[in-house]
Design a protein around this ligand. Structure first.
Ligand SMILES: C[S@@+](CC[C@H](N)C(=O)[O-])C[C@H]1O[C@@H](n2cnc3c(N)ncnc32)[C@H](O)[C@@H]1O
Length: 547
């Protein structure tokens, strides 16, 4: 009966409310995200994403804000409240079974159509309407202008930008969900603003199209700042190809990275496309480039290596004094920025055609020389990221595969079992055949191969088969297989018999076994339980071994 009242009320007011803009009247235009409701439900208009009760409640809110707000401040607060309600008050708000309430439409950055959506009661909508704003008074005579950054003609000493990350989020499409509701209130509060998403102007896509627009933006902003002005660019990405593009974009715009800060942002942001899009964010400080120096590619590698070392050491010092708790990801981002600092400081890199590189599609199989330089920065950073319990001297003697295995085990000890983490690690150490070292690559149950799975396979084969770690793993296997650590000990003795190598290597062998002994009693690596005791006893046996 009540729902009939709602439907009747809506029918009565529908045309008038659409005309006045209290409920959406606009069409859903085709796009990457906006195609989803069209394709999955045949919805062609924004109002179709809401049921009659939702349309009535949101329409009444909109109407009364428009009629009763007395000034710009009240209209703006009303607008924010309306949008907050609209976010949890649509056919795209899923019923959150843990929390037993309707979730956000944008719990991920997509327009997902649902079978089990929730329609809140007015009581439950009230908490959304009365949301707490973190408000801070701003004393300023700032002017807010809506415009395309490629064509702004304002002069500023500081430009702060948070650019879109290629095609990660389609802001221009997703904002249309709210703009469908907001028109009368925006017109009332900000009569000079436009009320559509200006899709055509949005920087989007990947490859040449994205790069070209980004260069235009940064060139234009640089042209509108004084010689001693600054820009702050926020950026986040794990892919070195994207960092290479960014460095060429900033470089082409005549800018130079002079400093950078890492900050933690919405680390577990849901709904981003697959890939390593958001982890931490880097704030880069840029100035106009003044140098006219030309550099040779080979010299750059050396300079980047030094810059990465310096950066990581300074972060380490800070870590010890201030305890900011940097993790591997922070060190990596810092390494990329160090590379950017060096790259953008030169007027020209001998033999590099930046224009050509920026026009190449990102998914092009080959790497640009700049990507190679940034890859080398990443590798340098990884060389520095010595796991706890391994000395720097021992770490420096390990091959890339051995480092992958040891660092991978340290991730497992900390409960990290995702494929993305191991893939990133493999990229970091440039280990292409890392799957040979894996026992499982099942999602979220990813783990390294155990000594008892390696058995004696491929021992002495070129590559990992020849390494000290491989022989230590073989010795653990021998100990477990024969239930006697003396078997493992004599395996190592006989393998390294020539020139008394065993005795020279003994401390390193003990160090590796000591590190691996950490698996004992660690619930994150319970799958090591059957060999954990042998590792510990083998370590003691080798340590106490004598002629
Ligand atoms: C990463 S988001 C910024 C998010 C923002 N800092 C925040 O915290 O809400 C990138 C923004 O750049 C905007 N954008 C895309 N192309 C643009 C252009 N040509 N000029 C100005 N802004 C643009 C997008 O609409 C999007 O809002």
């Amino acid at each position: 009966m009540r729902e009939k009242k709602v439907v009747d009320y809506l029918q009565e007011h529908f045309s008038e409310w659409q005309k006045k803009g209290y409920i959406p009247d606009s069409q859903i235009y085709s796009g990457y995200n906006t195609d989803q409701p069209i394709r999955e439900r045949g919805w062609k208009f924004w109002h179709q994403l809401f049921n009659p009760r939702q349309l009535v409640v949101l329409g009444l809110l909109n109407k009364y804000i428009a009629l009763f707000s007395k000034n710009k401040r009240e209209t703006t607060i009303g607008l924010l409240g309306l949008n907050n309600v609209a976010n949890r008050f649509s056919k795209l708000s899923i019923w959150d079974t843990g929390a037993e309430k309707g979730a956000q439409t944008f719990s991920n950055q997509a327009l997902n159509t649902l079978n089990n959506y929730a329609c809140r009661s007015s009581f439950n909508m009230y908490v959304l309407w009365r949301f707490a704003l973190n408000s801070t008074p701003i004393q300023s005579d700032a002017v807010i202008k809506l415009c395309d950054a490629q064509y702004t003609d304002c002069n500023c000493e500081y430009w702060i930008t948070d650019p879109p990350y290629a095609d990660a989020v389609n802001y221009h499409e997703l904002s249309e969900y709210f703009l469908a509701w907001d028109k009368p209130l925006i017109k009332k509060a900000f009569p000079d603003w436009y009320t559509d998403s200006k899709r055509v102007l949005a920087i989007k896509g990947t490859g040449a199209e994205f790069n070209k627009s980004m260069v235009e933006v940064y060139r234009n902003l640089a042209a509108h700042m004084p010689y001693n002005g600054m820009q702050i660019v926020m950026f986040t990405h794990q892919d070195t190809k994207v960092w290479a593009e960014l460095s060429m974009i900033l470089w082409s715009a005549g800018l130079q990275v002079t400093a950078a800060w890492c900050i933690a942002t919405e680390t577990e942001s849901g709904g981003l496309k697959q890939g390593n899009y958001v982890k931490g964010t880097v704030l880069m400080v840029l100035r106009k480039r003044t140098s006219t120096e030309i550099v040779f590619e080979d010299d750059l590698y050396e300079e980047v290596r030094d810059a990465v070392q310096e950066q990581i050491e300074s972060m380490r010092d800070l870590d010890e004094i201030e305890n900011p708790d940097f993790n591997d990801g922070d060190y990596l981002l810092a390494a990329y920025v160090s590379a950017l600092k060096v790259l953008t400081s030169y007027a020209e890199i001998e033999g590099l055609d930046v224009q050509y590189e920026l026009e190449k599609a990102r998914d092009n199989a080959g790497n640009s020389p700049v990507t190679e330089i940034i890859n080398s920065a990443r590798k340098e950073a990884y060389d520095y990221l010595v796991p706890d319990g391994i000395s720097t001297a021992d770490w420096s003697k390990l091959t890339a595969e051995e480092r992958f295995y040891i660092k991978g085990l340290s991730m497992e000890l900390n409960g990290v079992h995702t494929l993305a983490a191991f893939q990133e690690l493999a990229r970091g150490f440039a280990v292409s055949e890392y799957t040979d070292l894996m026992g499982s690559i099942k999602s979220n149950a990813v783990r390294l191969k155990l000594p008892t799975e390696f058995k004696m396979n491929h021992v002495n084969d070129p590559g990992f088969g020849e390494t000290l770690l491989r022989h230590v793993l073989a010795a653990i296997y021998q100990s477990a297989n024969k239930d006697n650590v003396q078997e493992g000990c004599s395996y190592l003795r006989s393998h390294y018999a020539a020139n008394n190598q065993y005795w020279a290597l003994r401390n390193r062998i003990v160090a590796l076994l000591e590190f691996m002994s950490k698996v004992r009693g660690n619930a994150n690596v319970a799958h090591w339980d059957n060999v954990a005791e042998y590792i510990y006893m083998l370590k003691e046996a080798v340590r106490n071994d004598s002629l």
